[in-house]
Ligand binder design. Sequence first.
Ligand code: NAG
Ligand code: NAG
Ligand code: NAG
Ligand code: NAG
Ligand code: NAG
Ligand code: NAG
Ligand code: NAG
Ligand code: NAG
Ligand code: NAG
Length: 570
Amino acid sequence: MQGKGKSGTQLPGTTTLLVAILMTLILLLLTTGSNYLLEASFGFFARQLPLTPIGLLNNRTSEEASRLVPTVGAEYSKEDADSGRHINWLRMPPIFNYTQRYLDLIAQNGSKPCHDVATAEVQLFGLPKPEEADTYIKFKCGKIHSLTLVAFDALGRKRCAGGDYFEIDISGANWKSRAPVLDLQDGSYNILLQMHPAFAGIYRFRIVLGFSNYHGLHRRPERWFRNVTVLDMHLQFVQEEESKDSITRLPNLTQCSSEDFRLDGWIGRWVRTKYNASCSVDQMGRFRCLDSNARCTEPWCQGPIGALESNGWVYSAHCAFRIFTDHDAWKCLNRKWIFFWGDSNHVDSVRNFLNFVLGFENITEVPRRFDTTYYRPGDPSQYVRITSMFNGHSNASLNHEGLFSLHDEAFREQVAAFFKGKPVPDAIILNSGLHDGVYWKHLHQFAEEGAGKAVQFWASLLDGIQGKRPRVVYRTTITTAAWARGAPFNPQKMEIFNNILVEKFREANLLWGVVDGFDLTYPWHFDNNCSDGVHYGKPPAASRWYGQWGHQYFVDLMLVHILMHALCVS
Ligand SMILES: *[C@@H]1O[C@H](CO)[C@@H](O)[C@H](O)[C@H]1NC(C)=O
Ligand SMILES: *[C@@H]1O[C@H](CO)[C@@H](O)[C@H](O)[C@H]1NC(C)=O
Ligand SMILES: *[C@@H]1O[C@H](CO)[C@@H](O)[C@H](O)[C@H]1NC(C)=O
Ligand SMILES: *[C@@H]1O[C@H](CO)[C@@H](O)[C@H](O)[C@H]1NC(C)=O
Ligand SMILES: *[C@@H]1O[C@H](CO)[C@@H](O)[C@H](O)[C@H]1NC(C)=O
Ligand SMILES: *[C@@H]1O[C@H](CO)[C@@H](O)[C@H](O)[C@H]1NC(C)=O
Ligand SMILES: *[C@@H]1O[C@H](CO)[C@@H](O)[C@H](O)[C@H]1NC(C)=O
Ligand SMILES: *[C@@H]1O[C@H](CO)[C@@H](O)[C@H](O)[C@H]1NC(C)=O
Ligand SMILES: *[C@@H]1O[C@H](CO)[C@@H](O)[C@H](O)[C@H]1NC(C)=O
């Protein structure tokens, strides 16, 4: 796919970066803009930042330097300054007034000359100053570092509107994560980095411009897909010398409690502490790399890490998850009824759940809709009822309706029937997103007729239940990968759709918790290694897969264990 418009302009590589930063500094100082959009979020992040802005690469006066990060500076009160010294894990801000702000933004988009300018170049500010002998730019581990990315037009003028979608990749041999990006709505973007000291080392730091000017939100955005790598460099995270500052130590993650699922969005990471260098795919298409007795390295997870078949990779967020043994899983789920409502990657998760976690080795496929009681292999006195209702279309064989499937009375009735009698499901796992990306003409329509109607529908079902209410988990949709980064269900659109759905379900007080499938899948979305673009959980197969033999399915399996954790935590 080719970019469009002014995308032909050369973007700076690593070598020209340093010079360019110097040259554009003055430009940045001369331009100001409003950043009303993410004020609430920005304040939240600002409170997590270190007290003083990190050193700027060029040697300006301190007055100029402080003006470079004015928003951060202005946010500090005395209290904030103190809390800034206490190092903690970076967290996503709670979702607040999100739908309204995005609807306003999109409604206003196009109303000013600023909106009609394409980003041709970007510059990154706030990198620490390198020492003479340094090969890489160095960041200290533990602390949260704030960088500012500024977009310029083809004439080198700083842009004055937001809407660019930058995809950020921090990846090394044993750590992969995204870095949150905040659109300040004035052509600049705040990027936050944090590395745990145990993973000090050299990382690839890559920024790709997916879409500019909110173009990812179009119903058919393909022709707007930019896919420009605006930065691709290596940087080094170094351990701070052991010193006076015990405060710079990050607290250990703890195992997720039910409280932890109340967060609206996650910032997590994949880490690897165990590895089998000679592992390859087996005849079944599986990656049985680690000993089945191998345990997780604390605090990144608890349980048998080998069960993920990830060759050591494991995901954690603001807390760590449990990897379930078959025994633990049955102990928790015996006699329970779990209801799934979602798209085809939800269907994959259900299959993987039966296959890998509950021990139904021979189940290689499940239908899009079913309601079945499964008896434990080897002990039929134990059972679990699983209902799965595909919602990509009101007709289970079709696609691309998403939440519009609820316009169909027969489909609504089919779903509602499970909640009319007694008993009702013990837990419900909801998801939507990819098919919505194709169906809805614009954001407003999705918010009102899609998300709004879905919330009404679920509210009416749940309010009608007499007795114990099911535990309702909303699982946000995946970050689509490779070719699908430019598709109608691209990450820019899905991130916004996810947040709108979470906000609306929360406002209606329907959710017990959120599981953030977007953050989980994000670090693996740059290529086809772990997905075909829209499914991370295809069944293992010893067959050709985008130029390699076999594919990685562990990302979805991790999701299944996180859902288990959500279902089983007291
Ligand atoms: C940078 O600025 C500081 C203080 O403003 C000064 O002491 C130092 O000599 C400057 N360094 C260079 C390389 O100009
Ligand atoms: C929500 O955001 C809009 C801007 O889109 C703003 O006008 C409104 O005051 C905000 N509401 C609250 C409660 O902050
Ligand atoms: C935003 O405005 C620009 C400029 O008018 C336009 O090119 C773009 O298509 C708009 N984006 C959306 C999602 O409507
Ligand atoms: C964090 O966990 C590690 C490994 O279990 C342990 O060695 C370390 O002391 C813990 N640190 C804190 C601050 O609890
Ligand atoms: C590494 O993985 C291979 C499978 O590809 C397996 O045969 C071997 O036993 C594993 N090595 C260890 C030390 O677990
Ligand atoms: C799977 O199928 C094989 C061959 O039919 C059978 O021997 C085995 O018991 C089955 N496993 C389970 C868990 O049902
Ligand atoms: C669903 O769509 C398929 C394919 O178009 C069609 O054959 C089938 O009759 C439809 N089913 C229902 C219940 O409408
Ligand atoms: C995006 O660009 C990368 C190279 O920078 C290329 O490998 C990839 O195929 C492109 N993706 C699409 C969907 O065009
Ligand atoms: C795919 O991911 C696995 C797990 O991280 C890795 O070992 C393998 O090298 C990757 N393959 C490619 C082609 O990137």
